[in-house]
Ligand binder design. Sequence first.
Ligand code: FES
Ligand code: FES
Length: 165
Amino acid sequence: MKKELIELRVNGRRREVAIPPNKLLLDVLREDLDLTGSKRGCDDSSCGACTVQVNGVPVLACTVLAASVSGDEHEVLTIEGITQHGALDAIQKAYGDWGGAQCGYCTPGFLMTVKALLAANPEPTEEEVRRALSSNLCRCTGYTQMYEAVKAAIEAEQKGMAAAK
Ligand code: FES
Ligand code: FES
């Protein structure tokens, strides 16, 4: 299939790629941009391992054509984009502290889902956190540890804000 040059904004950078028009965002990220944090777990929209954010909204990169999110009006954020200057993000740290990951295959997708939730709603209820977590699948970590990690990240954030006042 003929390739077309498209421009994507990914993790704050403009990236040009020449791809067939039917290439999925997940494959472009992994194969063309070497951003392999987002994973393919199912291919039928059920696992969430491929979750990235587009304009702050979690999307399944295995269901999105890369060309449909090209141009400056779309900002794609992947797990590689949440680590700033090599420092762990609060939720990444909490996942480590609370055993929120075992094999880690699902973890990037979970983190992108949770970060979108907290950006939209910094003080979610337990039910809202559990509902967000339920949109992704994990086969080896207990969801309770993930819930505790999210709760710890929220508390750490609140303490940080109180200390800054
Ligand atoms: S690989 Fe995208 S939802 Fe499973
Ligand atoms: S930590 Fe292994 S699949 Fe979730």
